[in-house]
Design a protein around this ligand. Sequence first.
Ligand code: RET
Length: 269
Amino acid sequence: MPTLDPFGYNVIYNLLSLTVATMGAATLFFFFAPRVNARYKPAMIVTGLVTAIACYHYFQIRLSFEGAFTAQTVDGARAYVASGKPFNDFYRYADWLLTVPLLMVELIAVMALTKAESAKYLRVLIPAVVLMIILGYPGENAISTGGSSAAVWGWFVASFIPFLVVLAVLFTQLSAAIDKQPAEAQGLIKLARVVVLITWSFYPLAYIIGALGRTEEGALSATAVVGLQVGYTIADITAKAGFGVVIYFIARRKSELEGYETQGLPAAA
Ligand code: RET
């Protein structure tokens, strides 16, 4: 880890801390999901699981970040110098491995398609997102451990292919299913799709910032560390909590149309 000035250190530390709070609060909200009928509760529970998993991981990332530095006075100024303990960036990939497939489940669940139709989409989307993350990790590791440029960019390209597959499925095949949704909900579902496109694009961008911010010897610069951590964190808040709010709006709109009471529940005695 490079030495960080107090500004860079504080920006990362405070953003990680804010994210723990945001993910925790989002989880409570999604689990309660007011004015959503029983048919859409599974989608809201999955949405809350995503933010709950992230809340835990951000707590761990914050601890790991704190442990990776020691505050020292360098040339009369305060600086955060590498402590020798590594910063564990596997937490992010472990988090994505669990949450990104769940994000796809949220989107499909809130559409309440038939079992066969849901399976048709998830059979492609889930393996594609898992592959995207698995292929991205060796590249991320090459960025943080001074690996070769060939590794950094080779894995980037490999991971980008399944990323494009996901976007292709969402923007072509899924359109047929969206057209069959209630007219009043179609706009919001299309919005959810655009939110995926925009928020997910931050991740490869943050990766590029990290990759380009390496010194000649392959070490990470302070700017690269701040860019990478701030980029991934903002992306996670929007892709999990922000996207979750759109899923909630879809569930609420469809509940308004279908009624709140006994949908999906056994009939009242
Ligand atoms: C990597 C490696 C470089 C190439 C690409 C990547 C894409 C990552 C994405 C991650 C999405 C994560 C989400 C998490 C929220 O829970 C792995 C950075 C394309 C798209 C949505």
